[in-house]
Ligand binder design. Sequence first.
Ligand code: GLU
Length: 467
Amino acid sequence: MKPVVTRFPPSPTGSLHVGGARTALFNWLYARHSGGRFVLRIEDTDTKRSSRASADAIFESLEWMGIDWDEGPYFQSQRSEMYAEFIEKLLSSGHAYYCSCSPERLDQMRRKAMAGGGKPKYDGTCREKKLSPIDGAVIRFKAPLFGTTVLVDVVKGDIVFEHDELDDFILVRSDRIPTYNFAVVVDDITMGINTIIRGDDHVMNTPKQILLYQALRSELPVYAHVPMVLGSDRSRLSKRHGAMSVTAYRDMGYLPEALINYLARLGWSHGDQEFFTRQELIEKFTLNNIGRSAGIFDHDKLLALNADHIMASDPKDLIDPLSPFAEESGFNIESGDFIENVIRTLQPRSKTLKDMAADALFYFQDDITYDAKAAAKFLRVEALTPLNRLIAALESIDRFSEQNLESAFRSVMEQTGLKLGKIAQPVRVALTGRTASPGIFEITEIIGKKNVLERLRKAVAYIEKLT
Ligand code: GLU
């Protein structure tokens, strides 16, 4: 069997959005699953709307998602010779012809058809004229007039198209730019693409493409048309449904692992499993399990999955992705035991890396600023005795292990007759400035003896000043 070759051919007219990212992901997963190849191609024949900056943004998003390509990026704008060669083939085999009908005439024809309630369709004026190349002429495909074309689709089953519904569609425009349907077929043939997974908005283009394959005597690829991603109101996903670009998710503190897991599940399934590692996705991804109904993009589900992936990560692997968020929050991190321990305490409480960085700040501050409400509630006269007793108990401990810390707190509980919570809350505010944080023994251990004592003394001074 020939190795699977898939492709992702975005038009570089903006950033990569989640719908496009899902298409890229499916093609990549299927290539990796089957030990095949994944080709990246930039469809930039529309020079007005295309830009290099958009292409670069797409590469950046793919790289961030860990979607690597084996070939390319190819740029359609650099392949005009290839299209010229193939148009020659179609012209000489009689599958294509020059058409010199003026835009005004075509427009008139279109309007007439629409007014009559019919579908606008080229009337074939130039079909048999055998015109030679003339400036300003287009090249059309000589589509069959009768019969049907069947799209055999892995996801949708067989779809039959009647040829009398088809047009002699344009292959090359008057400005010599190839149309999407023509360029895509030339590219897919010459790049050896044998599996095409794409959004089902392209179903209507596929009979035209199939006819081109047949005219060029080329083997058809396997087609899998995936239902579109919809917004929560079941309309086609757009900006008004919230953040849609891959980089927006990166910048909000999502892990690429979580995004690809979520996008894979949006239109594909493996039993009831929701959480997948990248490796599991590669192992389990087949075309058979692509669903027939549209996936609805659910921000909350993605957020929950992000929390699960943060939780499941090795703290070491979170250091780099956390770094930019730490900087944003005002501190720098260096790899080592300290940051790994910090991350470990925050993993169960962080939905995004941004949350994690904000919550990690107290570990790195020399001078804790107290949240006003937290201070008013817990840094009060009653806290002086337990805080002072705890300072004394901690001063005598050399090693801040969880066990030693627990017995220090316990001795203060015995001396004061207070419950752990009554002691822990003022301590928490003293150490973090807030009323919520990871476990009190954990943070005390990580902050370390010198800094803990400093922070406790500062809290004592703060209370003494109040009275
Ligand atoms: N450039 C097209 C798009 O972004 C590619 C469609 C296809 O996969 O053939 O929609």
